[in-house]
Ligand binder design. Structure first.
Ligand SMILES: Nc1nc2c(ncn2[C@@H]2O[C@H](COP(=O)(O)OP(=O)(O)O)[C@@H](O)[C@H]2O)c(=O)[nH]1
Ligand SMILES: [Mg+2]
Length: 370
């Protein structure tokens, strides 16, 4: 007995193929429509699959199904068995196809969701690629797809260790919350951890900038040094030599202004080794994050700090920042109050932040830090 599968555009074409190859004694065991799997199903039309058999020892068959011609009992039962087996196989592979269809739908829903979170399309592709590559098994149903995506997300979000260096500096564009965050950090280390904290500001360009930090320094009762030149900074660091922690605020730099960024580099060099945080607001679009992470790279930042998580419902900036800076996240902030509204990245539940409640069909997304 010879069994063979044929694929064609339609049944007539298929039957002709079978007849041409197996001759007029071939019998048709099964015909069905098949859809291509995966992404192909969007572009390639369905085909007809024909399973045909030819019993070389008996030339009883014609191209037919259930032709009422006499057959020997043995062959009859053998054929029945065979047909049952083929039906089972076909059923099984159709089930697999249905599963693939659901997976594909799942990926498309996730893609839409991640796009709404304002995640850079390059990152979305990157996130979903390893999941698409897994056939069956993980990702075969909705919950394992969510699970696999959570894994991918957390794998990409490293958290920076705390207290690696004594000096912490914040650099980044204007208005992202650097000065406010320096005050929050000062409260965290001076009031909560009871460390000796000193403050330095290199923010001399903006009127009121020094006063803003002086206000916080006064409330927490911390020494504040103002550095207008790199020489000033050297002296300031010497004066704060007895401090456990030195927090350095810098003036915002316009991302496109390379001169301003180069100027700041003269100061940053004097701080090294230090924890240099690139500060980005969570409201920043992914296109701008690419630009900012690139433009500030000169300042040798080695950590990322995301502010204003309370001002957006999409959390793409966190992932976009981490991905494009290739640096670990250190802190996140979600409010204007000082002290408070500051969280260590290593305490964050990323999957909750990204997939917490807004996952398709899921509950509402909770407040970022609740
Ligand atoms: N909603 C919100 N506002 C913030 C946050 N951090 C800072 N801000 C506000 O952002 C504005 C600019 O902050 P500032 O510290 O002066 O930014 P800088 O120019 O980077 O130093 C101020 O009105 C802050 O109160 C935050 O996490 N959430
Ligand atoms: Mg400032």
């Amino acid at each position: 007995m010879r069994i063979k599968k044929y694929y064609s555009k339609n049944e007539v074409e298929g039957f002709l193929k079978v007849r041409r190859e197996l001759g007029p004694d071939a019998i048709i065991l099964q015909t069905r429509k098949v859809r291509p799997r995966g992404l192909k199903s969007l572009f390639v039309p369905s085909r007809v699959e024909i399973i045909a058999a030819l019993d070389r020892s008996n030339s009883f068959g014609r191209i037919r199904e259930n032709t009422p011609e006499p057959r020997s009992a043995g062959v009859e039962s053998e054929l029945k068995e065979l047909k049952k087996m083929v039906e089972l196989l076909v059923e099984e592979s159709a089930g697999r196809e249905r599963g693939d269809g659901e997976r594909l739908q799942g990926f498309q829903t996730w893609r839409g969701y991640l796009e709404k979170q304002d995640i850079d399309p390059v990152i979305i592709d990157d996130l979903l690629a390893p999941l698409t590559a897994k056939k069956g098994g993980a990702g075969a149903d909705w919950s394992s797809l969510v699970w696999a995506l959570q894994e991918e997300l957390s794998r990409r979000l490293a958290a920076a260790p705390e207290r690696e260096h004594r000096i912490l500096a914040l650099v980044g564009p204007t208005g992202v919350g650097k000065t406010t965050t320096v005050a929050k950090l000062a409260a965290r280390y001076a009031l909560n951890a009871k460390e000796r904290v000193g403050l330095v500001t290199i923010d001399h360009c903006r009127i009121g900038a020094v006063e803003q930090l002086r206000g916080y320094a006064g409330i927490i009762d911390l020494p504040l040094e103002v550095a207008v030149t790199p020489k000033d900074l050297e002296r300031a660091l010497q004066r704060l030599d007895n401090c456990d922690r030195i927090l350095v605020d810098t003036g915002g730099r316009t991302t496109g202004n390379h001169h301003q960024i180069d100027e700041l580099l003269d100061y940053v060099k004097l701080l090294l080794p230090a924890e240099i945080h690139l500060v980005i607001s969570a409201t920043t679009r992914w296109q701008d994050i690419r630009h900012i992470t690139g433009a500030f790279m000169k300042l040798k930042y080695n950590r990322l700090l995301i502010t204003k998580l309370d001002e957006t419902l999409s959390f793409g900036a966190v992932l976009n920042g981490a991905y494009h800076s290739n640096q670990p996240l250190a802190y996140l902030t979600d409010g204007q109050s000082v002290p408070g509204c500051l969280k260590l990245a290593r305490e964050m539940d990323w999957s909750e932040l990204f997939l917490g409640g807004k996952q398709p069909g899921g509950r509402e997304h909770p407040a970022p830090f609740s």
